[in-house]
Design a protein around this ligand. Structure first.
Ligand SMILES: Cc1cc2nc3c(=O)[nH]c(=O)nc-3n(C[C@H](O)[C@H](O)[C@H](O)COP(=O)(O)OP(=O)(O)OC[C@H]3O[C@@H](n4cnc5c(N)ncnc54)[C@H](O)[C@@H]3O)c2cc1C
Ligand code: SF4
Length: 570
């Protein structure tokens, strides 16, 4: 496809970005610094640090998310009798405000590893999975990982281990965040098991950076907005700087419902509904979709036009296909405080600093007793659950299916909140793409504007469960080695609603991909998709660092596409 721009140079903006989360921030940041005018259309509101108070009820409040009665998702999951359930009360909203879900993330910021870009070449095809190698390599993305770590501020310490990815920088730009005393106990247990405990890289400032304050260890981090600006949200770390250039306009309460295309098949404008439900069109030279995978696929599918009768980029029925979540699981270790020496017990009670440890010893599993050949494994992150006292108390009233009340309930609450400490681990491994995991437009359910909502079919491959169970068992072993009184774990059997990617994967062959290797839609010369939709597989880590890195890469391609840096900037 030629780089020459056919689009109208009288457009209102050089670039129009739909969505303002992790996939959007780097584009706005880089394009405005390069001298281009950018408009960001975000369907939610614009909150700032002062709005993010640490209140469990408010944190989960719908002001930060799309309201399910206005806009929902339909979720289909496999049932035990081989059919599909259909849940119309489902929702995958992680954050619908300026900065998107990145405001609420925990900020685990691992890189992918070279083998994640070459799953088929490294491990062979798996029957029933649609796995493909990426059209770019780890080496292509590595400079952008380094760039993100520097710009948004990643705190950590590189430790040598068997699966450490190659790095152009010897260490993270910022020192690790403060650690809870449990980390020392963890390190000892891991060393006794001959494992390599890693201080987890976090998208959280351990020291101030570019006018943002460092972490105040509020304890209310994952699921909560950050009141200090330390969390590397797209809003705090990138969009504020883009706006400060004077070239970025953020339009809030702008729900984009269609991209309109011209006779050449290029996008000429984006149509959105404003807060009053009025439809408004915005024109630009280049368009970027970054609505979070499910909604990005939905928008492309809904954008039918003369040249795109099945939706933009959907000539080969690929839009929405090859969606993936994070496979894996979670586990707990409970330490009863009265069984510990008083000084140890009081140290375990400390709240605020992070547990912050990870294990990647099984990123590739070489275990002939479990798998007949080496298989791709995953990451274990040892963390604290976001504090949710009301939700926890609510769930404690149930014990083995019986409702507790009176003294037994009081004793249970007391034991949970004051006499023990619960430490958690999360396991992340590949959710293999397959024919039964995709997004389509629901034929019946409509949102409040009358548009078809996204239907998500979430079929998974049995291989994922096997790998996940293997890793969960390893996590339980570590918890036991740490001396936990109780340790258990479970694999995920439902999709992780906050960690979805794919749906518009990139590739060289338009018949099995939606985007080219620069994340430009194959048959639409001025449209890019820059969120996690591009990922053919998620790797065995949470995806946001990779979404950021790739969006910085895409920004470079877009600047090239627009003819390079604006001359007047020098
Ligand atoms: C509680 C929680 C914890 C998490 N922890 C981690 C973690 O530790 N590490 C990690 O890597 N990731 C984590 N994540 C995931 C991370 O937040 C996402 O990977 C990331 O935000 C995805 O970026 P995105 O740009 O695709 O989508 P988002 O950040 O969700 O942004 C999409 C934006 O687009 C807007 N939008 C959607 N449709 C439209 C439309 N039609 N018109 C206009 N605007 C629209 C949305 O309102 C939203 O603001 C977590 C997420 C949650 C919710
Ligand atoms: S723990 Fe730190 S990064 Fe997380 S919300 Fe609190 S101040 Fe922000």
């Amino acid at each position: 496809m030629s780089n020459a721009l056919q689009t109208n140079s009288n457009s209102q903006f050089d670039v129009c970005i739909v969505g303002s989360g992790a996939g959007a921030g780097p584009i706005a940041y880089e394009l405005t610094k390069a001298g281009f005018s950018v408009v960001v259309l975000e369907k939610g509101n614009w909150f700032t640090e002062e709005d993010f108070v640490k209140d469990e009820q408010l944190a989960r409040h719908r002001v930060f998310r799309s309201q399910i009665e206005d806009e929902r998702h339909v979720l289909e999951e496999p049932t035990v009798d081989g059919k599909w359930s259909s849940d119309t009360s489902a929702q995958f909203w992680g954050g619908n405000i300026v900065g998107g879900a990145s405001n609420f993330m925990s900020g685990y910021f691992h890189r992918l590893k070279p083998q994640d870009f070459r799953l088929v070449s490294e491990f062979g095809a798996i029957e029933g999975a649609n796995t493909v190698d990426w059209p770019i390599s780890y080496a292509d993305l590595e400079p952008y990982y380094a760039k993100v770590e520097q710009i948004v501020g990643v705190s950590g310490r590189v430790v040598q281990h068997p699966h450490l990815e190659p790095r152009s920088t010897p260490d993270y730009p910022l020192p690790p965040t403060a650690e809870h005393p449990i980390a020392a106990k963890f390190d000892l247990a891991c060393k006794s098991l001959k494992l390599h405990p890693l201080p987890m890289a976090r998208g959280i400032l351990s020291v101030p950076l570019n006018g943002r304050k460092s972490c105040e260890y509020s304890g209310y981090c994952g699921s909560y907005g950050c009141h200090s600006g330390a969390k590397a949200s797209s809003r705090a770390a990138l969009l504020n700087d883009a706006v400060a250039t004077g070239r970025c306009k953020i339009v809030t309460q702008a729900k984009v419902y269609r991209l309109n295309t011209n006779g050449a098949g290029e996008v000429s404008s984006a149509s959105y509904f404003d807060a009053r439900g009025k439809s408004i069109d915005i024109s630009a030279r280049l368009f970027v979709v970054a609505c979070y995978s499910i909604e990005s696929a939905r928008l492309l599918l809904a954008s039918k036009g003369e040249k795109h009768p099945n939706g933009i980029g959907n000539r080969y029925d690929q839009v929405g296909k090859n969606l993936h979540c994070c496979a894996g699981g979670t586990g707990h270790g409970v330490f009863k405080l009265d069984r510990l020496a008083p000084d140890v017990a009081s140290r375990l009670k400390i709240r605020g600093p992070f547990f912050n440890r990870a294990l990647q010893d099984w990123y590739v599993i070489h275990d002939k007793d479990a798998f007949d050949k080496p298989v791709k494994g995953g990451t274990l992150d040892f963390v604290f659950d976001p504090p949710s006292p009301t939700a926890e108390a609510n769930s404690l009233k149930w014990q083995r299916g019986n409702l507790l009340w009176g003294t037994p309930l009081k004793q249970r609450l007391k034991a949970h909140f004051t006499q023990s400490r619960d430490f958690k681990f999360e396991v992340f491994c590949d959710w293999l793409t397959n024919d039964e995991c995709y997004v389509s437009l629901d034929p019946d359910e409509k949102d409040k504007w009358g548009q078809a909502v996204a239907k998500v079919r979430a079929g998974f491959h049995p291989h994922d469960l096997k790998v996940a169970q293997y890793l969960v068992d390893k996590g339980v072993e570590v918890m036991k080695a740490m001396g936990a009184d109780e340790a258990w774990g479970n694999v995920f059997t439902s999709p992780t609603s906050n960690l979805v990617a794919g749906g518009c994967r990139f590739g060289d062959d338009p018949k099995i991909s939606v985007l080219d290797k620069n994340c430009r839609v194959h048959d639409c010369a001025n449209l890019y998709v820059s969120d996690g939709s591009f990922m053919p597989n998620g790797g065995s880590v949470t995806p946001t660092l990779t979404i950021y890195a790739n969006a910085f890469r895409v920004a470079d391609k877009m600047i090239e596409h627009l003819g390079g840096y604006r001359a007047e900037l020098g």
